[in-house]
Design a protein around this ligand. Structure first.
Ligand code: ADP
Length: 291
């Protein structure tokens, strides 16, 4: 075969591959649209930094809605540090795949949970670059049998990386984001970045939650501001976004987390749960007003 003929064969092959790829993308996009169309509300939870309680807030927010009889799902989109299964006592569960897609794992109150953790062994880390992570998130949205849901809560990794970008691109109809912070100055100054980031991606900020805001001694009742307080509220005001509430440090939160039980379910009367329900009411109000 001469050079021109060989080049022509290679060209035809590349074009055929490109066509097949485009067809697959179109099919995936249609599947994503169809599956996501069955979910009434989508809310993402983000934080500027790790360890501020973002996953704890996601799981308890989802549980609070499920306690009101809503059909709820949680997508753990924290590919490198998935912790939702642990917070709900679902570690080690494995997802069942079928020709119609992968079925989420069912947690307390019938909540439907999907996480990369359900596909990994206990000790295996996810060592993935951006495109692979973006692909996984797309599959979590398009190939998971979520069914009809009232709410899908998406736990995004801390910071402003690939995952929030993918979610914003794939779910332009998303209701908004909840930003979790701590009262320390460093954490709250990052709130501004998170708000600007959400704005850039055209995602509405539902509001800011200040977690680990003071500690009330269970013996004497005195409140100690371990990490300071009010930083989150001040920053929310400065950034022009709503403040949803402060949740105190409560050792029960940590204990319940270790047991895999959301504290709004097991410790309804604790100060943390009461404050948390105020946050839930404000998120609900946001959704109602949007309607
Ligand atoms: P992130 O998702 O931001 O990394 P996590 O939700 O995993 O943070 O929380 C980090 C740790 O802090 C967990 O051990 C959790 O139990 C604990 N924690 C979160 N919020 C509180 C709180 N209000 N009181 C006590 N412990 C908390």
């Amino acid at each position: 075969m001469n050079f021109l003929a060989a080049a022509s064969v290679a060209y035809e092959r590349n074009m055929a591959q490109l066509k097949a790829y485009k067809e697959k993308q179109t099919q995936e996009d249609a599947e994503l649209k169809e599956r996501m169309g069955k979910i009434k509300h989508k809310i993402a939870i983000i934080s500027g930094k790790g360890g501020v309680g973002k996953s704890t807030v996601t799981v308890n927010l989802a549980t609070a809605f499920a306690m009101q009889g809503k059909q709820v799902g949680i997508l753990d989109a924290d590919i490198h540090g998935p912790s939702v299964p642990r917070l709900l006592g679902l570690e080690g569960k494995q997802v069942k795949a079928s020709p119609v897609g992968a079925f989420p794992i069912e947690g307390a109150l019938g909540m439907k949970i999907m996480s990369i953790d359900f596909f990994l062994n206990e000790a295996s880390p996810t060592i993935w670059r951006g495109p692979l992570k973006m692909r996984a998130i797309k599959q979590f949205l398009s190939e998971v049998v979520w069914g009809e849901l009232d709410y899908l809560f998406i736990d995004l990794p801390p910071g402003t990386g690939d995952e929030p970008l993918s979610v914003a691109q794939l779910l332009p109809e998303m209701d908004g984001v909840v930003i979790v912070t701590m009262p320390t100055q460093l954490s709250s100054s990052i709130v501004k970045k998170a708000v600007t980031f959400a704005e850039h991606l055209n995602m509405r900020t539902i509001g800011v939650v200040e977690n680990m805001s003071g500690f009330v001694c269970p013996h004497c009742g005195k409140k100690t501001e371990i990490f300071g307080s009010g930083g989150g509220e001040k920053m929310a005001k400065e950034a022009g976004v709503p403040f949803l509430g402060s949740i105190p440090i409560d050792p029960k939160v940590g204990e319940d987390t270790d047991k895999g039980t959301p504290f709004v379910l097991s410790n309804k009367d604790s100060a943390a749960a009461k404050e948390f329900m105020k946050v839930v009411a404000k998120v609900q109000e946001f959704i109602e007003n949007k309607k």
